[in-house]
Design a protein around this ligand. Structure first.
Ligand SMILES: O=C(O)CCC(=O)C(=O)O
Ligand SMILES: [Fe+2]
Length: 510
C-alpha cells in the first residue's frame, strides 16, 4: 500500500439545533441533503461529554469554557491539541484538571492512542482492551468513564472526530449513479480478461465460491482457531484475541486495520490449487509475471480484517501492480478513479511520491464524496461476501468496510501491464516498495528474469515502455515531464481514460 501523508481538513460545522446540545445533529455538514431524508449524520448521538460544534457558541448566551483558559486562550484549538501531544500521561491528566476546556482536550482518544503506542503496552501482543485507548492505558473499568459536564465547550476540533466515528457509511454506498457502477460479471476466462478487462475495474460474483475459506471462515471461527496468533495491524502486532476485543468495542474515527502479509505462514495455510489448499488465485487473472522473481518478489498477498468503518484511504497500489480483493465476510464499498484522474481532496506531489488526503475515510466521504461521484471518470461498487473485485494497475481507490469483515487480496503483474510495471521500476526506483532490503535494483532483477524465462515478452514490454515514453514526450514536451500528474488537457492531448473496450492506453506515464 502506498501510505498517504495525512492532512486533517478542519471545516466549520453548521449550527446544531438544541441549546442543551443533547439532540442528535439534525442536518448534514455537506449541505447537499434533503432535510426529509435520513443522511450520513442524522443518527449521530449526542457527544457523551456534551461537547458541541463551534457554531453553537454564537447562538448561546451561556458559559463559554474557553474563557477560562488563561494565557492559553491565544492558541487555536488545533495548536492546543498539538501541545497536549507532547505531554506524558501524568502531566496530561493534571493539565486536564485545570479547567473544563482542557479537560475536554485531555480526554481526546487520539492523544491516548499515541501514549499507548509509545508506552510498554504498545509492544505487547496480549492485554485487556477496555473500549478506549485512554481506559486501556489507565486500566479503567467501564464505570470509570470521564464524567465532567462539557456542554460549555464549543470546538469543531474536538467534536468533529466524534461525528466522523458515528456517521452512517452505508449512506455513501447507496444510490450509485448507474454510469458510475463497476461492472458486475459472473466469471471470466483468461482470454476475456486479457482482451477486454485488464484495464477496467470489475466485480466477479461467481469466481471464489469454490474456495474452502469462503465457506468456512467467519470472524468467530478464526477467533476459535487462531486466538493466539499474532497479526500485524498498522503499527501494532496483536494476538487475534486482542484484535477481536478491539474490533468489537472501539470508537476510533480510523479503526486499526489488520493487514498482514505473513498470514499464510502464521496460520499454516496452503495457498494455490492442491491438496488441502485454503484458497488459490483465480484463473482469469492469468500468469503473474512477478512470479518469475520467486522468493525475491515483493510482498504480494495480505489478509485484511477490520470492523465496520475501517478501510483504506485513497491510494494506488505499489509498483504499478494490479490487484484482486476477495471479500470472505462482510461487504466493502469501493470508489475508484483511473490513473490520470484528479481525485477531489487528494493532492499528489509532482513526482507522485507523496499523497496528501484527509485524515480519515469518514472525513473524505463527508467533504468530497458528493463532488467526486459527479465526475465522469468515477467508478463505484459494493463487493459483497463471496465476490472479488479487480483493481487495474494505477487506479486510485478508497475502500470502506460496510460491516465487520474478512478479505484476501493479492497484487500481480498481468502481461498487459508489463510495460507500465517496467517503467515504474525503472523511472520511479525511489518509490519501489515491498522488496527485501537487499534487492536494490528491482528493475534490473525483473529484466534479468524476464530475459531468462520470457525473452519475447520482455521485448514486448520494453517496446510498450519506449512507446509510452515517446508519446508522453510528444504531448508534454521533454522538460515538462516531471512525474505522472495528468497533463493539462489540450486539443492535442490524446490519452483516453479507458472507458471504451479497455484497450485505450491509460497506464502510468513514464
Ligand atoms: O480491503 C481494503 O481495504 C483494500 C485494500 C487495498 O486497497 C490494498 O491492499 O491495496
Ligand atoms: Fe489498494
Amino acid at each position: 500500500m502506498l501510505l498517504p501523508f495525512h492532512m486533517r481538513q478542519v471545516s466549520a460545522l453548521r449550527l446544531e439545533d438544541g441549546a442543551d446540545g443533547t439532540r442528535p445533529l439534525s442536518h448534514s455538514m455537506t449541505g447537499h441533503d434533503n432535510h426529509d431524508e435520513p443522511n450520513a449524520t442524522s443518527a449521530i448521538p449526542p457527544h457523551p461529554l456534551g461537547i458541541r460544534p463551534l457554531g453553537n457558541k454564537y447562538l448561546s448566551d451561556g458559559d463559554d469554557a474557553r474563557r477560562f483558559l488563561g494565557a492559553l486562550q491565544v492558541l487555536p484549538d488545533e495548536m492546543l491539541m498539538q501541545l497536549l501531544d507532547f505531554l506524558d500521561c501524568r502531566t496530561l491528566r493534571l493539565f486536564g484538571y485545570t479547567c473544563r476546556f482542557l479537560f475536554a482536550c485531555s480526554v481526546s482518544d487520539d492523544i491516548w492512542k499515541t501514549i499507548f503506542l509509545e508506552s510498554e503496552l504498545g509492544t505487547e501482543s496480549s492485554f485487556k482492551w477496555r473500549g478506549t485507548w485512554r481506559a486501556t492505558v489507565l486500566g479503567l473499568s467501564p464505570e470509570q468513564k470521564p464524567q465532567i459536564d462539557c456542554r460549555s465547550v464549543y470546538s469543531d476540533v474536538l467534536h468533529r472526530p466524534f461525528v466522523c466515528s458515528h456517521i452512517s457509511l452505508r449512506h455513501f454506498a447507496k444510490d450509485i449513479p448507474p454510469v458510475n457502477k463497476v461492472d458486475r460479471l459472473g466469471d471470466l476466462s483468461y482470454n476475456e480478461f486479457a482482451e477486454r478487462w485488464s484495464k477496467k475495474p470489475f466485480i466477479l460474483t461467481r469466481c471464489i465460491q469454490s474456495w474452502p475459506v469462503t465457506r468456512s471462515w467467519t470472524l468467530e471461527r478464526l477467533l476459535s482457531q487462531y486466538a493466539d496468533v499474532v497479526f500485524r495491524a498498522e503499527a501494532v502486532d496483536w494476538s487475534f484475541a486482542t484484535y477481536c476485543q478491539y474490533m468489537r468495542d472501539n470508537h476510533d474515527e480510523s479503526p486499526l486495520y489488520l493487514f498482514d502479509r505473513r498470514f499464510a505462514e502464521k496460520m499454516s495455510l496452503t495457498v494455490g490449487k492442491g491438496e488441502g489448499a485454503a484458497y488459490w488465485k483465480p484463473d482469469c487473472f492469468g500468469p503473474d509475471l512477478f512470479e518469475l522473481l520467486g522468493p525475491e518478489r515483493p510482498a504480494h498477498r495480505w489478509l485484511i480484517i477490520g470492523p465496520e468503518g475501517s478501510g483504506s484511504t485513497f491510494h494506488k497500489d505499489p509498483n504499478a501492480t494490479s490487484a484482486w480483493n476477495a471479500v470472505v465476510q462482510g461487504a466493502k464499498y469501493w470508489i475508484m478513479f483511473p490513473p490520470l484522474a484528479s481525485v477531489p481532496g487528494v493532492f499528489v506531489s509532482k513526482d507522485s511520491s507523496e499523497v496528501t488526503s484527509p485524515l480519515s475515510i469518514a472525513e473524505w466521504l463527508l467533504e468530497f464524496h458528493a463532488e467526486a461521484r459527479k465526475l465522469p471518470e468515477c467508478r463505484e461498487g459494493v463487493c459483497e461476501a463471496g465476490e472479488i473485485l479487480h483493481v487495474p494497475s494505477g487506479w486510485w481507490h478508497l475502500v470502506v468496510n460496510l460491516e465487520d469483515g474478512i478479505a484476501l487480496t493479492q497484487n500481480f503483474v498481468p502481461e498487459s501491464h508489463l510495460g507500465g510495471v517496467l517503467s515504474f521500476l525503472k523511472d520511479k526506483a525511489d518509490q519501489v516498495s515491498g522488496f527485501e532490503n537487499d534487492t536494490c535494483d528491482a528493475y534490473g532483477l525483473f529484466v534479468e528474469r524476464l530475459r531468462e524465462q520470457r525473452p519475447a515478452l520482455l521485448e514486448d514490454g520494453l517496446r510498450q515502455m519506449a512507446e509510452k515514453k515517446r508519446r508522453w514526450d510528444t504531448v508534454v514536451g521533454d522538460d515538462e515531464c516531471g512525474g505522472d500528474q495528468p497533463p493539462k488537457k489540450s486539443a492535442g492531448f490524446s490519452f483516453g481514460f479507458g472507458f471504451g473496450d479497455g484497450d485505450e492506453d491509460d497506464d502510468e506515464i513514464p
